[in-house]
Design a protein around this ligand. Structure first.
Ligand code: GLC
Length: 827
């Protein structure tokens, strides 16, 4: 038996300890190809093609993670190797246990590697052992993460991914003996089961329902739980099985296993030095009476220079529908896992590759080509959970906006998402604010904008695809029989029409896009000037749609309401230098010079321009005010000055610490819309400047202030009122990813689908000599090359399509499955 006292002391004695931290220390950064140096930082860099982000130390300023999903099964993993797994819903169907802790980041599925001759052990990732090592490198890629380290003469390479089409995650652990003597090692996997609703704070209760067992011949352990938090078909709670069988399996001959946390960790023990590492074998305990874990131990003998790969799988098979053993057999093998990883690359190629931009701005290129699509799809639409937020549900407006990311590559996915959201509507036109992805169910509210996103996103879908058949898709209401999608949109608009103040401004209701304004209008008296603009814009596209369907009366109604909205907005919403955000139920203005806090809000001012509802002089002045009062070092603030005192008549936004999120922070989702507004306001340099300030790789320069991952968007960046001005947070799970992609492609590069083709209308910084875009559009591929010989910001002098001059700026929709070249000269 090995002695536990043996472990760290002898281990540290033999290994050179490297200095973690912002300097790279004595370990080497191995680079593949060129690195985009201006986007690298003390903690990492983008690979040359931008498709990977390589982290060179475990001690990043916050967990820098990856959210990996196949749309059904998901996991997240940070650079320390911590994270957890879920299927369908991170809250209701968590597979492994984890509690949110961004400081410790110490819940995970881990692999211990042990040298049997010395007893020294470490882990394949920095956590849980937090060992010294000569080199540590984490590559987060599209659908996978890889951890490489060199410890004690053993090079380990752990690759984790989720199978493209099955409910499991795969770990390939490659071990190479880089020393000159033969090595006898063992590898021990470890994960703690959760199996259902998270967090299971009443752990002793939940423990009563869990069962674990092993099948040594199959080199696997399993777990089930005879309880799920949902009611049964008679409405009785605590009376149904969690309908899955969880498993962990390995490809290498099994030495021993354990399903009991107490025997593995040891009473009062810790994951960094578990009792199991002091024993020669795992305890082989399983059944109904312990704290359920999965641990498998395999032996690995390595001659000098020899490499061996061991595969581990972990997943959850649905009882009666999926066979856990079939999944284990299919994936728990070295060649099979290589093929499975190839399938992951192929899956993501469908979403990432159909559009590619090449501009002089590498941050814009990497984010647009790769990471924003990945973030929006893998995290927002599929995984729906991340380090800062376990969402687990669909937000009505959230994933509806996000699905625009599918439009270029896989518009059928956007179609499906639109129809899914339409099914969360009531016949009265209102919708669930959010709902859960497994069993549905969510709050019915008086939110004023949710329902309007349906016609808004429909318009984007139609412009991209011209697929008008979607309007006839019959979708049921939550409380009524199916109707065509067109009628769903109409009911949403009619509901909005029924909620105006006496002076013609839409009511705020429970809140508008800004969820934190949740007390302004609950009595259905307060008004939202932003909703006025948003509705104005939507009516502009819905009126022609109604006409097209022969619904002339409704088209007329839309136009009449639209005119009234514009008039009311400019009459009652103008504060003198900018537009008001709202009025409260008591009739007080919000976002006015009369206020001492929250004097000016971003949304009503940029949307006055985006929607076209602002009268030209007022819109111009509103944008000047945005530039003067809101645009700061890291982008435009959502409001200014931040609230420092709770305002019970406004809502929880005033209760946040000042400078955070919707209270005087840069709220990235809305900040992206400022880019759009500045292009429309004829200020392309400022538009690009805002883009540059919010585009995360650009924060590599002051990464210790920024702290967050430079390869995904943050939900927010702290504003000047925060002690951490400039700090990014709430990364991954944010609607800003899709929008940052869209404002770059549609509004800076200016390539916008229209009913009759692709409009080319760039709005770029003058120093650019041009750019290229390849994208699919209605079953044809467009190779667009834009030259800017005179270094202008806007204006198109000529366009040639397949060598022939084009009249105007709209390239036809060829729909012919062919490639077409489009040469554009600006000037
Ligand atoms: C959150 C919500 C989103 C809302 C935003 C602004 O991100 O999910 O729907 O629009 O906050 O409050």
């Amino acid at each position: 038996m090995l002695r536990s006292s043996y472990n760290m002391v002898s281990f540290y004695a033999g290994v050179k300890r490297f200095t973690f931290g912002p300097t790279t220390g004595p370990f080497l950064i191995h680079t593949r190809g060129k690195v985009t140096t201006e986007l690298s930082c003390a903690y990492g860099y983008f690979s040359e093609d931008g498709r990977e982000y390589v982290i060179t130390t475990p001690l990043t300023p916050r967990p820098w993670g990856n959210v990996i999903s196949n749309g059904d099964y998901s996991l997240m993993v940070s650079q320390t190797g911590s994270g957890y797994s879920w299927r369908g819903n991170a809250g209701q169907n968590r597979i492994t246990r984890a509690f949110q802790d961004l400081v410790k980041d110490n819940w995970g599925k881990y692999f211990y590697i042990r040298d049997l001759s010395t007893g020294a052990f470490w882990s394949a990732t920095y956590k849980p052992v937090m060992h010294a090592c000569d080199e540590y490198r984490v590559t987060h890629g599209i659908g996978y993460s890889r951890f490489i380290q060199r410890v004690h003469g053993i090079l380990s390479e752990l690759t984790v991914f989720v199978a493209a089409g099955d409910p499991l995650e795969v770990y390939q652990l490659r071990l190479t003996n880089t020393s000159t003597s033969p090595r006898e090692l063992d590898v021990t996997s470890y994960a703690e089961w959760l199996l259902g609703f998270a967090p299971d704070e009443h752990r002793e209760f939940h423990k009563l329902f869990i069962d674990t067992w092993a099948d040594e011949a199959r080199m696997a352990v399993y777990a089930r739980k005879y309880l799920w938090g949902f009611p049964d078909d008679k409405g009785r709670y605590n009376n149904i099985d969690w309908p899955y069988t969880a498993f962990m399996a390995t490809s290498a001959p099994l030495k021993s296993y354990d399903c009991d946390k107490e025997s593995f960790i040891g009473l009062y023990g810790r994951e960094d030095s578990p009792r199991a590492m002091a024993e020669s074998h795992l305890a082989r305990r399983s059944g109904r009476f312990g704290d359920a874990i999965a641990a498998l131990q395999v032996g690995v003998s390595l001659a000098p220079g020899e490499t061996r790969t061991i595969v581990f799988t972990l997943g959850a098979a649905e009882n009666g529908r999926e066979d856990p053993n079939a999944l284990i057999e299919r994936y728990t093998d070295v060649q099979a896992s290589d093929r499975a990883l190839q399938e992951v690359h192929e899956l993501w190629a469908r979403f990432i590759d159909p559009e590619r931009v090449e501009t002089p701005d590498p941050a814009l290129n990497h984010m647009t080509n790769c990471w924003l699509k990945y973030q929006a799809i893998s995290c927002r639409l599929w995984g729906k959970s991340a380090f800062y937020q376990v969402s687990a549900g669909y937000g009505f407006r959230d994933q509806l906006q996000d699905c625009q990311i599918f439009l270029v590559g896989e518009p059928a996915y956007a179609r499906k998402q639109i129809l899914l959201h339409a099914a969360q509507q009531f016949v009265e036109g209102d919708v669930l604010h959010w709902w859960f992805s497994i069993r549905g169910g969510g709050p019915r509210t008086n939110c004023s904008d949710d329902l309007l996103w349906l016609p808004f996103v429909l318009d984007s879908y139609l412009k991209e695809t011209a697929d008008y058949t979607i309007l006839d898709e019959r979708v049921p209401y939550l409380n009524g029989p199916a109707e065509p999608l067109y009628d769903h949109c109409k009911r949403a608009l009619e509901r909005a029409f029924s909620r105006f103040s006496p002076r013609g401004i839409p009511l705020m209701g429970d809140h508008d896009w800004n969820d934190g304004l949740n007390a302004i209008g609950t009595l259905l008296k307060g008004e939202s000037f932003w909703v006025a603009e948003f509705l104005y814009m939507i009516l502009g596209s819905f009126a022609p749609l109604a006409e097209r369907r022969g619904d002339v009366r409704f088209a007329h109604r839309c136009r009449t309401v639209r005119d009234c909205l514009k008039d009311a907005l400019n009459r009652h919403g103008w504060d003198g230098e900018w537009y008001l955000q709202a009025t409260t139920d008591d009739g007080l203005p919000v976002g006015s010079k009369e206020n001492d806090e929250g004097q000016i809000f971003l949304m009503p001012n940029i949307w006055a321009v985006i929607s076209g509802a602002g009268e030209p002089d007022k819109a111009r002045q509103a944008m000047e005010s945005v530039t003067r009062y809101l645009l700061k070092d890291y982008g435009p603030l959502l409001n200014f000055p931040a609230f420092t005192r709770p305002r019970p008549d406004i809502g929880y936004v005033t209760r946040y610490a000042p400078g955070l999120r919707e209270n005087g922070g840069v709220y990235t989702h809305a900040a992206t819309w400022a880019v759009w507004a500045y292009t429309l306001a004829g200020q392309p340099e400022l538009a690009y400047e805002v883009y540059r300030r919010i585009c995360p790789p650009n924060r590599s320069r002051d990464i210790d202030a920024y702290k967050a991952e430079p390869y995904v968007t943050p939900g927010n960046v702290d504003g000047p009122a925060s002690e951490y001005y400039g700090r990014g947070g709430w990364t991954w799970y944010t609607g800003s990813a899709q929008w940052l992609h869209r404002v770059a492609t549609h509004w800076i590069l200016g390539i916008r689908p229209q009913e009759d083709g692709l409009l080319i209308d760039p709005s770029i910084p003058a120093h650019w000599s041009g750019f290229r875009v390849r994208r699919t559009f209605r079953n044809a591929v467009y190779h667009i090359e834009v030259a800017n010989p005179d270094h202008v910001n806007r204006g198109v002098r000529s366009i040639a399509v397949d060598g022939r001059p084009l009249e105007g700026q709209v390239v036809p929709a060829f729909c012919d499955g062919q490639s077409h070249t489009v040469r554009v000269v600006m000037g």
